[in-house]
Write a protein that binds this ligand. Sequence first.
Ligand code: NG6
Ligand code: CA
Length: 517
Amino acid sequence: MKNMLLLSCLTAGAGPLMAASGLPKEAAAQADRGNCPNVIIILADDLGYGDLQCYGAKNVKTPNVNRLAKEGIRFTNAHAVAATSTPSRYSLLTGEYAWRRPDTDVAAGNAGMIIRPEQYTMADMFKNAGYATGAFGKWHLGLGDKAGTQDWNAPLPAGLADLGFDYHYIMAATADRVPCVFIENGQVANYDPSAPIEVSYKQNFPGEPTGKENPELLYNQRSSHGHDMSIVNGIGRIGFMKGGGKALWKDENIADSITTHAVDFIRQHRDEPFFMYFCTNDVHVPRFPHPRFRGQTNMGVRGDAIVEFDWSVGAIMQALDELKLAENTLVILTSDNGPVVDDGYDDQAEELLNGHSPAGPLRGNKYSAFEGGTAVPAIVRWPAGVKGGRESDVLMSHIDWMASLGSLIQARLPKGSAPDSQDRLGNLLGTDDTDRPWVVELASNHVLSVRTKDWKYIEPNDGPAMITWGPKIETGNLSTPQLYHIRQEVGERTNVALEHPDIVFEMQNILRRERAK
Ligand code: NG6
Ligand code: CA
């Protein structure tokens, strides 16, 4: 039964015939899809390998994510492409390694579009296959043509519509970066004409307070490092902004705002296939969960933000259940990079861990070349096509999700698009447990690592062993090659590079060949 359903999705590729039949393009594409599922990617922010109850977290309950895991496949060896947001998201949405480009580091809130309109994205792929497409929540990949040139008081001339999204309700960058407003279909949502918006990452606007000069105004959360420019809602941010008025978000309502819009999108598209890119702000800083989640854990706001994340997942699932779409919707849940405790606000995340290990047994955190930087939770649930109740330690990477999902919906990708993405659909659906031969990981200092099922290689780098600008995190830097025998020691403690020059050589070759592509 399940195989048949899957088969009908996988073999429904009569696209040219249908188009030739004179059906309108979209109707043809839809008919063409057979039983292909709706697809929802739930992308958490800075949620670590050890942050969910179903991944062993003890101090926090995540019943809605647990349900996905129970009814789907829980992957224990899945990797984001990068240890920070922008390059990780870039790679997921384009199927191209971010490190091939020089301009994919953590983006400012006034960055121009990092994925260029002419690039073929995962959203383009779904749209061209007849899906309605929507993006929600954290974007962090730039808007408009060029950094700093946006007029936030008018429609943005270039944006997500150029990347295949029919609808979007997003934050331009992160909650800790200005502008602190939602963007809906290329315009500031709830725009307040009485408070025109100006944004700069160079200088403050005359008369506006900053966290640096007016720390007494940081009544909601104080900064521990950085985050001392504009103050919005009593929280210091990165970048300067003026105005916004009623359009400014309330930090405690961000999860509600994003989730409500996503649920509306599901309802609106209940009768047609849809692809949803749902990116939570949780559990990124500033962590400011709604009062109803406060105190739900003994870990302070970071733990409570995990509960809020779980609530968002539950709200999406509830909508699918109510609309009877849960059976044939492929839900993929993951995170953009590893976890961090103190990421620049004095929110007690570190002091209140109470024994919790955000990265589980892994060494390193967000930003790091160690596994804690890029190893992320990944859960796939699709009752109509995936046998649930499973765990899989197959080695996989976000980089392959575009080609794999493309294969699922029989998409034809233009030549040159998704250049690094391989069709490994069987891994995602649990029908093929063959490991990816290797995955490449990018740390925030641009160091590349290679993971195979058994080994981890980190290329030499002369930088400091610890991050020097704030978070207490090991970078993974060493001036000589590092090789860890992951199968024997997931915690990357014993560097065995000198004992295994042959393996180091092979790993270096993998990187050399990849870089040359
Ligand atoms: C850092 C910020 C950190 C976070 C990160 C990006 C400071 C001191 N720290 O520069 O708070 O915003 O960038 O995180 O400004 S990410 O998950 O979006 O990549
Ligand atoms: Ca992140």
